[in-house]
Design a protein around this ligand. Structure first.
Ligand code: AP5
Ligand code: MG
Ligand code: ZN
Length: 221
């Protein structure tokens, strides 16, 4: 199963990718997580990416597409993958298409998670992330058992530096400008499936699984 999750910041891409990866048995690849790791490790890529990420802007296509192409070469992607946060521009989508074509592979589906702007802002302002395992929590909607501590692995929770109101606004505007055009791009290829992302994480997950198992063009997971 080769799947793309598209949605604005805070739509729940990472939350759903974690559940999907367990159910479908394929890795989830978050370009945001890979870039944050590069920044943390101070690699050349991280140094180039940091200013864009701090401003809520997109990291240049060339940097991101070569990072993803390399990741897709790893053996764990042989049976498929879930892409979280990539592609985000038409140029990235075209680079992905030619990379897949080069390996005689194709996409099975693109799931767009739709959530209102007010809800997105609320979700991002309360988000906490585990530094060890990447699990996502929310101060109000999905609090950890102990404040500041990951329920799964006991790792420390932190707030992403781009989750401040100003950067959130910039990220939402970038989504509308650069990423939303991908919806009609994939719609015209018959790959797009829209999901109402406003319910609980479990409800959203059930909807995605229903779409994946009932879509005629998609293989059964
Ligand atoms: P990235 O890390 O991808 O950030 P994003 O797209 O802004 O999305 P988020 O991770 O903020 O949201 P999400 O949809 O994963 O939501 P989550 O599940 O956490 O990218 C960061 C930056 O990296 C970009 O700004 C850019 O600079 C760069 N970058 C990344 N990819 C790039 C690319 N392809 N090209 C160029 N640059 C790139 O959920 C959010 C919160 O809500 C959590 O607290 C969660 O617990 C809660 N929640 C989730 N689902 C629900 C629900 N159903 N109900 C209630 N609460 C929920
Ligand atoms: Mg995410
Ligand atoms: Zn953890």
């Amino acid at each position: 199963m080769r799947l793309i999750l598209i949605g604005p910041p805070g739509a729940g891409k990472g939350t759903q990718a974690l559940s999907l990866t367990q159910t479908l048995g394929v890795p989830s690849i978050s370009t945001g997580d890979l870039l944050r790791e590069a920044v943390r490790e101070g690699t050349a890529l991280g140094q180039q990416a940091q200013a864009y990420m701090d401003a809520g802007e997109l990291v240049p296509d060339q940097l991101v597409t070569s990072m993803v192409a390399e990741r897709l070469q790893r053996p764990d992607c042989q049976k498929g993958f879930i892409l979280d946060g990539f592609p985000r521009t038409i140029a990235q989508a075209e680079a992905l298409a030619s990379e897949l074509a080069r390996h005689q592979q194709r996409l099975d589906g693109v799931v767009s998670i739709v959530v209102s702007r007010a809800e997105l802002v609320e979700r991002l302002s309360g988000r906490r992330v585990c530094r060890e395992c990447g699990a996502m929590y929310h101060e109000r909607f999905d609090p950890p058992r102990t404040a500041g501590v990951c329920t799964r692995c006991q790792g420390p929770l932190y707030q992403r530096s781009d989750d401040n109101p100003e950067t959130v606004n910039a990220r939402l505007a970038v989504y509308e400008r650069a990423t939303a055009p991908l919806l009609s791009y994939y719609q015209s290829q018959g790959l797009l499936r829209e999901i109402d992302g406003s319910g609980t994480p479990e409800e959203v997950f059930r909807q995605i699984m229903t779409v994946l198992t009932t879509s005629q063009s998609l293989p059964r997971p």
